[in-house]
Design a protein around this ligand. Structure first.
Ligand code: ZN
Length: 214
């Protein structure tokens, strides 16, 4: 597939972002353009922000939706979410109804459903948006076998699963006991190095900076 000459960061639908429409009911809108942008920005071998950690996702169907629905979980605002499909853990009819909705959005059942907050994304700078998208992509993992090797299903396609966060810790614990005792040294070391992704690369997949200099 030919890549577009310039990648433009996908913009959420205006009616999901307009804060004057607070009375608007919760909506979910499929976003095939976001899926295409993710492939071109992160997944293809020659993508400007290519990340080999997501290699298995070239064999995955990603369903993407925007939403205007507020979501607060464990006292934190949820900006994005990755879920393994088909949906589980609900009653028979609720599950069948959800499956029908998702298949009507995407034409078939995707391997993962990624949901992004439209108002939050609209207010993010390019680096923050790319970081949010890659955060959700990192949740979309390929299962491993007992030897730590990538796991495949009987039909030869990857066995997918949701990967948890690398770090689950409180700032207060790190402040009191140190990064080593809290087991977060890899995160601290990564944070102390310069980011691997530079501003110029991000401009290449978002287009904002290109527009500014034009
Ligand atoms: Zn997460």
């Amino acid at each position: 597939m030919a890549k577009p000459a310039t990648l433009q960061r996908p913009i959420p639908p205006a009616d999901l972002v307009d804060l004057n429409s607070l009375a608007m009911p919760d909506r979910f809108v499929p976003a095939p353009d976001v899926r295409e942008w993710i492939e071109n920005a992160f997944l293809y071998d020659d993508a400007p922000l290519h990340n080999p950690d997501h290699r298995h996702l070239m064999d995955a169907e990603l369903g993407i939706v925007w939403t205007n629905s507020d979501n607060v979980r464990n006292m934190r605002v949820v900006l994005g979410q990755a879920e393994l499909m088909p949906p589980m853990a609900m009653g028979k009819w609720a599950r069948a109804r959800a499956c029908q909705q998702i298949e009507e959005w995407f034409g078939s059942m995707p391997d993962f459903l990624l949901t992004f907050s439209a108002p939050a994304a609209a207010g993010m700078d390019d680096a923050s948006f790319c970081a949010l998208v890659e955060h959700e992509l990192y949740h979309c993992a390929q299962n491993v076998d007992v030897y730590g090797m990538p796991k495949f299903k009987n039909d030869g396609t990857p066995s997918f699963g949701i990967r948890g966060h690398d770090v689950e810790e409180f700032v207060g614990v790190v402040a009191r006991y140190g990064a080593s005792a809290a087991g977060v040294m890899p995160m601290v070391e990564a944070a102390q190095r310069a980011p691997l992704i530079g501003a110029a690369s991000i401009a290449g997949v978002c287009g904002t900076c290109l527009r500014l200099v034009a």
